[in-house]
Design a protein around this ligand. Structure first.
Ligand code: COA
Length: 274
Protein backbone atom coordinates (compact mmCIF):
# COMPACT_ATOMS: atom_id res chain seq x y z
CA UNK A 1 0.00 0.00 0.00
CA UNK A 2 1.31 3.51 -0.85
CA UNK A 3 2.52 5.74 1.95
CA UNK A 4 0.18 8.40 3.29
CA UNK A 5 1.68 11.53 4.83
CA UNK A 6 0.15 14.37 6.83
CA UNK A 7 1.61 17.81 6.08
CA UNK A 8 1.04 21.40 7.09
CA UNK A 9 -1.13 22.80 4.33
CA UNK A 10 0.95 24.29 1.52
CA UNK A 11 -1.11 26.38 -0.93
CA UNK A 12 1.21 25.65 -3.84
CA UNK A 13 1.03 21.89 -3.39
CA UNK A 14 -2.38 21.29 -1.85
CA UNK A 15 -4.86 24.02 -2.82
CA UNK A 16 -6.39 22.30 -5.88
CA UNK A 17 -6.62 18.92 -4.16
CA UNK A 18 -8.19 20.33 -1.01
CA UNK A 19 -10.82 22.16 -3.05
CA UNK A 20 -11.71 18.95 -4.92
CA UNK A 21 -11.85 16.97 -1.66
CA UNK A 22 -14.06 19.50 0.14
CA UNK A 23 -16.41 19.88 -2.79
CA UNK A 24 -16.87 16.12 -3.10
CA UNK A 25 -16.88 15.15 0.61
CA UNK A 26 -18.08 18.23 2.52
CA UNK A 27 -20.17 19.76 -0.27
CA UNK A 28 -18.96 23.30 0.42
CA UNK A 29 -21.24 25.32 -1.85
CA UNK A 30 -22.42 28.48 -0.10
CA UNK A 31 -20.61 31.81 -0.57
CA UNK A 32 -19.12 31.93 2.95
CA UNK A 33 -17.79 28.39 2.46
CA UNK A 34 -16.29 29.07 -0.95
CA UNK A 35 -13.14 26.92 -0.66
CA UNK A 36 -10.67 29.48 -2.02
CA UNK A 37 -11.99 32.05 0.43
CA UNK A 38 -11.88 29.59 3.36
CA UNK A 39 -8.30 28.66 2.43
CA UNK A 40 -7.13 32.26 2.01
CA UNK A 41 -8.72 33.41 5.25
CA UNK A 42 -7.08 30.54 7.11
CA UNK A 43 -3.70 31.24 5.49
CA UNK A 44 -4.00 34.93 6.43
CA UNK A 45 -4.08 33.86 10.10
CA UNK A 46 -0.82 31.92 9.62
CA UNK A 47 -1.64 29.81 12.71
CA UNK A 48 -0.21 26.51 11.43
CA UNK A 49 -3.48 24.69 12.16
CA UNK A 50 -4.39 23.43 8.70
CA UNK A 51 -3.30 19.99 7.53
CA UNK A 52 -3.52 18.00 4.31
CA UNK A 53 -2.95 14.25 3.92
CA UNK A 54 -1.46 13.07 0.66
CA UNK A 55 -0.83 9.76 -1.04
CA UNK A 56 1.34 9.68 -4.18
CA UNK A 57 1.11 13.46 -4.36
CA UNK A 58 -2.70 13.49 -4.32
CA UNK A 59 -4.62 15.18 -1.50
CA UNK A 60 -6.79 12.53 0.18
CA UNK A 61 -7.56 14.09 3.56
CA UNK A 62 -7.85 17.36 5.44
CA UNK A 63 -8.41 18.85 8.86
CA UNK A 64 -8.40 22.38 10.22
CA UNK A 65 -8.27 23.53 13.81
CA UNK A 66 -8.90 26.85 15.50
CA UNK A 67 -7.56 28.01 18.86
CA UNK A 68 -8.88 30.89 20.97
CA UNK A 69 -6.14 30.68 23.61
CA UNK A 70 -8.14 28.30 25.78
CA UNK A 71 -10.40 26.07 23.70
CA UNK A 72 -9.63 24.46 20.37
CA UNK A 73 -12.05 23.56 17.62
CA UNK A 74 -11.82 20.97 14.85
CA UNK A 75 -13.26 21.62 11.40
CA UNK A 76 -13.23 20.35 7.83
CA UNK A 77 -12.23 16.77 8.64
CA UNK A 78 -12.54 14.81 5.42
CA UNK A 79 -11.06 11.63 3.99
CA UNK A 80 -11.57 10.64 0.35
CA UNK A 81 -14.01 7.68 0.27
CA UNK A 82 -11.53 5.23 -1.31
CA UNK A 83 -9.04 5.87 1.54
CA UNK A 84 -11.40 5.46 4.49
CA UNK A 85 -11.24 2.80 7.24
CA UNK A 86 -7.41 2.82 7.26
CA UNK A 87 -7.07 5.12 10.28
CA UNK A 88 -6.36 8.25 8.23
CA UNK A 89 -9.28 10.11 9.83
CA UNK A 90 -7.85 9.13 13.23
CA UNK A 91 -4.35 10.28 12.27
CA UNK A 92 -5.68 13.64 11.05
CA UNK A 93 -7.54 14.25 14.31
CA UNK A 94 -4.42 13.26 16.29
CA UNK A 95 -2.26 15.66 14.22
CA UNK A 96 -4.65 18.55 14.87
CA UNK A 97 -4.93 17.63 18.57
CA UNK A 98 -1.13 17.55 18.89
CA UNK A 99 -0.80 21.02 17.35
CA UNK A 100 -3.50 22.38 19.68
CA UNK A 101 -1.99 20.75 22.77
CA UNK A 102 1.43 22.21 21.87
CA UNK A 103 -0.21 25.64 22.01
CA UNK A 104 -1.55 24.98 25.51
CA UNK A 105 -5.10 24.03 24.56
CA UNK A 106 -7.16 22.62 27.44
CA UNK A 107 -10.38 21.55 25.70
CA UNK A 108 -11.21 20.52 22.15
CA UNK A 109 -14.70 20.95 20.69
CA UNK A 110 -16.31 20.07 17.42
CA UNK A 111 -19.74 20.15 15.86
CA UNK A 112 -21.47 17.48 13.81
CA UNK A 113 -24.10 18.54 11.31
CA UNK A 114 -27.62 17.22 11.49
CA UNK A 115 -27.86 14.08 9.36
CA UNK A 116 -24.21 13.09 10.00
CA UNK A 117 -24.75 11.80 13.56
CA UNK A 118 -23.29 8.37 12.72
CA UNK A 119 -19.82 9.95 12.75
CA UNK A 120 -20.19 10.22 16.55
CA UNK A 121 -18.90 6.64 16.76
CA UNK A 122 -15.66 7.76 15.11
CA UNK A 123 -15.14 10.67 17.50
CA UNK A 124 -16.17 8.54 20.49
CA UNK A 125 -13.38 6.10 19.63
CA UNK A 126 -11.01 9.09 19.96
CA UNK A 127 -12.29 10.07 23.41
CA UNK A 128 -14.90 12.68 22.49
CA UNK A 129 -18.14 12.71 24.48
CA UNK A 130 -21.48 14.08 23.43
CA UNK A 131 -22.05 17.30 25.39
CA UNK A 132 -25.57 18.64 25.53
CA UNK A 133 -25.44 22.18 24.24
CA UNK A 134 -27.62 24.32 22.04
CA UNK A 135 -25.49 25.42 19.14
CA UNK A 136 -26.23 28.92 17.87
CA UNK A 137 -24.65 30.92 15.08
CA UNK A 138 -25.01 34.19 13.28
CA UNK A 139 -24.14 34.96 9.70
CA UNK A 140 -22.42 38.32 9.25
CA UNK A 141 -23.49 39.83 5.93
CA UNK A 142 -20.49 41.05 3.92
CA UNK A 143 -21.50 44.72 4.24
CA UNK A 144 -21.56 44.50 8.05
CA UNK A 145 -18.20 42.74 8.24
CA UNK A 146 -16.51 45.63 6.45
CA UNK A 147 -13.32 46.76 7.96
CA UNK A 148 -12.81 50.18 9.44
CA UNK A 149 -9.75 50.81 7.33
CA UNK A 150 -8.93 49.36 3.96
CA UNK A 151 -5.57 48.16 5.23
CA UNK A 152 -6.82 45.74 7.89
CA UNK A 153 -5.04 42.42 7.52
CA UNK A 154 -7.50 39.75 6.44
CA UNK A 155 -9.89 42.28 4.86
CA UNK A 156 -11.26 41.77 1.37
CA UNK A 157 -10.98 44.59 -1.15
CA UNK A 158 -12.75 44.77 -4.47
CA UNK A 159 -10.77 46.53 -7.19
CA UNK A 160 -12.48 47.77 -10.36
CA UNK A 161 -10.13 48.86 -13.14
CA UNK A 162 -11.02 52.35 -14.28
CA UNK A 163 -9.51 52.02 -17.73
CA UNK A 164 -8.08 49.35 -19.98
CA UNK A 165 -5.52 47.23 -18.13
CA UNK A 166 -1.98 46.61 -19.32
CA UNK A 167 -0.42 43.13 -19.22
CA UNK A 168 3.36 42.65 -19.37
CA UNK A 169 4.58 39.17 -20.24
CA UNK A 170 7.99 37.49 -20.05
CA UNK A 171 8.79 38.33 -23.70
CA UNK A 172 8.83 41.99 -22.55
CA UNK A 173 5.71 42.78 -24.59
CA UNK A 174 2.82 44.84 -23.22
CA UNK A 175 -0.75 44.35 -24.35
CA UNK A 176 -3.81 46.36 -23.40
CA UNK A 177 -7.17 44.85 -22.62
CA UNK A 178 -10.47 46.58 -22.16
CA UNK A 179 -11.86 44.35 -19.40
CA UNK A 180 -13.04 46.35 -16.40
CA UNK A 181 -14.35 43.30 -14.50
CA UNK A 182 -13.64 43.73 -10.76
CA UNK A 183 -11.52 41.31 -8.76
CA UNK A 184 -11.08 40.78 -5.02
CA UNK A 185 -7.88 40.55 -3.04
CA UNK A 186 -7.40 39.68 0.58
CA UNK A 187 -4.95 41.90 2.45
CA UNK A 188 -2.16 39.83 3.97
CA UNK A 189 0.61 42.42 4.25
CA UNK A 190 1.42 46.13 4.17
CA UNK A 191 4.02 47.42 1.77
CA UNK A 192 6.55 49.42 3.73
CA UNK A 193 9.91 50.92 2.99
CA UNK A 194 11.38 51.61 6.38
CA UNK A 195 8.82 53.86 8.05
CA UNK A 196 7.11 54.71 4.75
CA UNK A 197 3.80 52.94 4.20
CA UNK A 198 3.22 52.74 0.47
CA UNK A 199 0.54 50.13 -0.07
CA UNK A 200 -1.19 46.85 0.61
CA UNK A 201 -0.71 43.41 -0.82
CA UNK A 202 -2.43 40.04 -0.81
CA UNK A 203 -3.62 37.18 -3.00
CA UNK A 204 -6.37 37.67 -5.52
CA UNK A 205 -9.20 35.47 -4.25
CA UNK A 206 -11.78 35.95 -6.97
CA UNK A 207 -12.30 37.60 -10.32
CA UNK A 208 -11.18 36.93 -13.90
CA UNK A 209 -8.86 33.98 -14.40
CA UNK A 210 -5.88 36.14 -15.44
CA UNK A 211 -5.51 37.38 -11.85
CA UNK A 212 -5.86 33.98 -10.17
CA UNK A 213 -2.88 32.64 -8.24
CA UNK A 214 -1.21 36.09 -8.28
CA UNK A 215 -0.68 38.79 -5.66
CA UNK A 216 -2.21 42.22 -5.99
CA UNK A 217 -0.34 45.25 -4.69
CA UNK A 218 -2.38 48.42 -4.17
CA UNK A 219 -0.06 51.36 -4.18
CA UNK A 220 -0.88 54.70 -2.54
CA UNK A 221 -1.69 57.37 -5.03
CA UNK A 222 -0.08 60.72 -5.29
CA UNK A 223 -2.87 62.13 -3.07
CA UNK A 224 -1.10 60.24 -0.28
CA UNK A 225 -4.27 58.76 1.26
CA UNK A 226 -3.46 56.59 4.25
CA UNK A 227 -5.48 53.40 4.14
CA UNK A 228 -4.64 52.63 7.71
CA UNK A 229 -7.10 55.39 8.62
CA UNK A 230 -9.32 55.78 5.56
CA UNK A 231 -11.54 53.20 3.96
CA UNK A 232 -12.31 54.41 0.47
CA UNK A 233 -10.06 55.60 -2.30
CA UNK A 234 -8.79 54.95 -5.77
CA UNK A 235 -5.55 53.06 -6.18
CA UNK A 236 -2.85 52.07 -8.57
CA UNK A 237 -2.89 48.31 -8.71
CA UNK A 238 -0.23 45.92 -9.90
CA UNK A 239 -0.89 42.19 -9.99
CA UNK A 240 1.96 39.73 -10.35
CA UNK A 241 3.83 36.81 -8.79
CA UNK A 242 5.48 38.95 -6.06
CA UNK A 243 4.58 42.04 -4.04
CA UNK A 244 5.51 45.37 -5.65
CA UNK A 245 8.72 46.92 -4.31
CA UNK A 246 9.89 50.49 -4.61
CA UNK A 247 11.98 51.65 -7.52
CA UNK A 248 13.88 54.58 -6.10
CA UNK A 249 14.60 56.01 -9.56
CA UNK A 250 11.07 57.44 -9.58
CA UNK A 251 8.78 59.13 -7.08
CA UNK A 252 6.33 56.78 -5.44
CA UNK A 253 3.26 58.23 -7.22
CA UNK A 254 4.91 57.75 -10.63
CA UNK A 255 3.81 54.61 -12.54
CA UNK A 256 7.45 53.47 -12.50
CA UNK A 257 7.80 54.16 -8.77
CA UNK A 258 7.20 50.48 -7.96
CA UNK A 259 8.22 47.28 -9.69
CA UNK A 260 7.16 43.63 -9.55
CA UNK A 261 9.74 40.92 -10.15
CA UNK A 262 8.55 38.16 -12.50
CA UNK A 263 5.70 37.87 -14.97
CA UNK A 264 2.93 38.41 -15.83
CA UNK A 265 2.37 41.85 -14.36
CA UNK A 266 -1.05 43.39 -14.84
CA UNK A 267 -1.79 46.94 -13.82
CA UNK A 268 -3.78 50.14 -14.02
CA UNK A 269 -5.56 52.38 -11.57
CA UNK A 270 -9.00 51.67 -10.31
CA UNK A 271 -11.58 52.23 -7.65
CA UNK A 272 -11.50 50.21 -4.44
CA UNK A 273 -14.24 49.06 -2.12
CA UNK A 274 -13.85 47.11 1.11
C1 COA B 1 -15.22 10.66 9.39
C2 COA B 1 -14.09 10.27 8.47
C3 COA B 1 -13.10 11.42 8.39
C4 COA B 1 -13.38 9.05 9.03
O1 COA B 1 -12.26 8.76 8.21
P1 COA B 1 -11.56 7.32 8.22
O2 COA B 1 -10.21 7.51 7.61
O3 COA B 1 -12.42 6.30 7.62
O4 COA B 1 -11.43 7.07 9.78
P2 COA B 1 -10.62 5.92 10.52
O5 COA B 1 -10.20 4.87 9.55
O6 COA B 1 -9.58 6.55 11.36
O7 COA B 1 -11.71 5.37 11.51
C5 COA B 1 -12.70 4.59 11.00
C6 COA B 1 -13.58 4.13 12.14
O8 COA B 1 -14.34 5.21 12.65
C7 COA B 1 -15.71 4.84 12.67
N1 COA B 1 -16.39 5.66 11.68
C8 COA B 1 -15.84 6.49 10.78
N2 COA B 1 -16.79 7.13 10.09
C9 COA B 1 -17.94 6.71 10.55
C10 COA B 1 -19.28 7.03 10.25
N3 COA B 1 -19.62 7.94 9.33
N4 COA B 1 -20.23 6.37 10.93
C11 COA B 1 -19.92 5.46 11.87
N5 COA B 1 -18.67 5.13 12.20
C12 COA B 1 -17.70 5.77 11.56
C13 COA B 1 -15.79 3.38 12.40
O9 COA B 1 -15.73 2.72 13.64
C14 COA B 1 -14.55 3.10 11.63
O10 COA B 1 -14.07 1.82 11.93
P3 COA B 1 -13.94 0.71 10.77
O11 COA B 1 -12.90 1.24 9.82
O12 COA B 1 -13.52 -0.50 11.52
O13 COA B 1 -15.30 0.64 10.13
C15 COA B 1 -14.60 9.94 7.04
O14 COA B 1 -15.60 8.95 7.15
C16 COA B 1 -15.18 11.14 6.30
O15 COA B 1 -14.47 11.87 5.62
N6 COA B 1 -16.49 11.29 6.41
C17 COA B 1 -17.20 12.38 5.67
C18 COA B 1 -16.89 13.74 6.24
C19 COA B 1 -17.27 13.87 7.69
O16 COA B 1 -18.30 13.37 8.13
N7 COA B 1 -16.41 14.57 8.45
C20 COA B 1 -16.66 14.83 9.86
C21 COA B 1 -17.42 16.06 10.00
S1 COA B 1 -17.81 16.38 11.71
Amino acid sequence: MSATTIHRFDPTLHREGIIRLWQSVLGYQSAHNEPNLVIDQKLALNDGLFFAATCEGQVIGSIMAGYDGHRGWLYSLAVAPEHRHRRLGTELVLAAEKALIQRGCLKINLQIQEGNESVQAFYASLGYDVEVRVSMGKRIPPAASRHRALADIGGLIEVTPADEIWIKTSDQSTTYLNDLTPFILQVTQWLQDGQLFYGLCGPVVSGPERYQGLLCSLIVRIDGCDWRQESRSAANFKVGPKPAHRNHSFALGHPGGTLIDGYPVIGRYGSTRD
